[in-house]
Ligand binder design. Structure first.
Ligand code: SAH
Ligand code: SF4
Ligand code: F3S
Length: 470
């Protein structure tokens, strides 16, 4: 990091309390979120931190005084999207300046962390660049930017962020809906050879139990019925229980399940190596814990899994799935896959298809391997040609889609509990969520949002289910 643009290393706990300097002037912030759910969560936290400086959120970039791009670096395309968006924003900034209006531009998230100063060079309109662990210093950075400096702040002392970011008030939580994310763990120490996350999010940090319980309670007080615990490696979360005993994610779930009126719990994303017995028993014991598990395997070939540094075999993954299904037979499984990792042969790919056949996923995400500079995978020999990646992805997705449809079709006729989340597209319609994370359309009154009701599934469409009231 360039010293001139560095912020003081020590966080200033009272900086967020300074509040609005120029009195009652209201400013508008537009936040565009790319990437994973952790970015969605962070965007909300940034919005809450900025509220103290008088910034109100807007959905209309045109009226924004501040535009933040909360970015993702996971694949090449994701990062490039940011630069093209910044090109368009530069034009908008010029146009607004010609009308005598200021617009500041900030880049946050994983591209900010990975590229730092480089963003200022490539995108001259950018005022501030802030990494994922320094959002509590965003208000300070913006003040400095207002004074004409271009600020890069990506250096952090672990755990600062959550100590200093304010939690939204109940009214704001209420306005965001009946489901919420709650980050309990950040960063990753696994170093899969394809992945940038250990470099952009840093090493694994778990938030303390008390902090998590307090935030969960506030969400529930604000009307939230379902909380999804987040972490790049959420099941690596660890903490300390009330008697000083070591807790894993399973213990945390048992604790959160005690919060009155918290109807549903989920967590994502998990690594197979951290799926311990306590977590599996939570799936058996807790009705609050929804029967859905996103457990990425990436490949079904032991050779590729080894080259990816996943540190488990296909057989171990399958044995784990069996154990989880024994504990919770109706659990829906989801996964992530990468095709065309360096050295992947047709035989390796066939092993992946076989594993998919064996697991039978309710849902899955699959990607062509994307070379990430700085990761060990980028240096490997045997990079797979683009056409082969595309062809394998097509075959894998056809199989996964078939399984997804079969899972949805099997729901037809079942009576299930759904959480009514938000208005549907048609008047008089609501969208709810099944225990297995499917969207469910049905006719119901808006006043029922937040209720969990028993419905009969009567049909399916591409990405959702239809239901009728009983
Ligand atoms: N922490 C999660 C994954 C985070 S990234 C886990 O360990 O499973 C989400 C998904 O993006 C990964 O599971 C992987 O399938 C995909 N991914 C990550 N890096 C990639 C790369 N370089 N090319 C293609 N897909 C990638
Ligand atoms: Fe990336 Fe692997 Fe860590 Fe997941 S476990 S975030 S894929 S390095
Ligand atoms: Fe992307 Fe960073 Fe999430 S790279 S997937 S936004 S952790």
């Amino acid at each position: 990091m360039n010293k001139d643009s560095a912020l003081p290393d020590a966080p200033q706990p009272d900086t967020l309390e300074i509040g609005l300097r120029d009195g009652s002037i209201s400013r508008k912030v537009f936040i565009k979120t790319y990437g994973c759910q952790m970015n969605v969560y962070d965007s909300a936290r940034m919005s809450d931190a900025l509220a103290r400086d008088g910034y109100e959120p807007t959905e209309d970039m045109e009226e924004a005084d501040l535009v933040l791009l909360n970015t993702c670096h996971i694949r090449e395309k994701a990062a490039e999207k940011v630069y093209s968006a910044l090109g368009r924003l530069r034009e908008m900034k010029k146009r607004k300046a010609a009308d005598g209006r200021d617009m500041m531009i900030g880049v946050t998230g994983c591209v900010a962390q990975a590229e730092g100063e480089e963003i200022l060079r490539r995108a001259p309109a950018v005022d501030v660049v802030i990494g994922p662990q320094t959002y509590h210093r965003l208000p300070v950075a913006l003040r400095r930017a207002k004074e004409g400096q271009r600020v890069v702040d990506t250096e952090y002392a672990i755990e600062d962020k959550f100590e200093h970011l304010p939690i939204a008030e109940a009214t704001k939580i209420r306005a965001r809906g009946v489901t919420a994310f709650l980050t309990v763990q950040e960063g990753c120490d696994k170093f899969c050879t394809f992945c940038v996350v250990p470099y952009t999010r840093g090493s694994e940090v778990s938030r303390p139990v008390a902090q998590i319980v307090e935030e969960a309670q506030k969400l529930v007080d604000g009307g939230v019925r379902e909380i999804t615990l987040l972490g790049q490696n959420v099941n690596a979360w660890h903490g300390t229980g009330p008697a000083g005993e070591a807790w894993s994610l399973g213990d945390l779930l048992y604790r959160l399940a005690e919060i009155p009126n918290l109807a549903r719990l989920r967590y994502t994303t998990s690594h197979p190596r951290d799926m311990d017995d306590r977590l599996i028993s939570a799936h058996r014991d807790l009705r609050t814990l929804m029967p859905y598990l996103h457990l990425p395997v990436q490949s079904g070939s032991d050779r590729i899994l080894k080259a990816m540094n996943r540190r488990h075999t296909a057989a171990e993954y399958l044995a784990l799935i069996e154990k989880i299904r024994a504990a919770r037979p109706d659990i829906a499984l989801s996964g992530d896959f990468i095709v065309g990792f360096p050295g992947e042969t047709e035989q390796d790919f066939a092993d992946t298809l076989r594993l998919v056949e064996e697991v039978n996923y309710a849902q899955a995400f699959s990607f062509k391997y994307s070379t990430r500079p700085g990761t060990p995978g980028a240096e490997l020999k045997g990079q797979v040609p683009e056409e082969i990646k595309a062809e394998r992805l097509e075959r894998l997705q056809a199989l996964l889609l078939k399984q997804q449809h079969a899972f949805a079709d099997a729901c037809v006729g079942k009576v299930v509990d759904i959480l009514l989340e938000k208005p549907g597209r048609m008047p008089g319609q609501l969208i709810g969520r099944s225990p297995w994370l499917q969207s469910v359309n049905l006719d119901a009154k808006a006043s029922q949002i937040g209720d969990i009701i028993n419905v009969r599934i009567i049909g399916t469409s591409t990405n959702s289910l239809f239901a009728e009231l009983l």
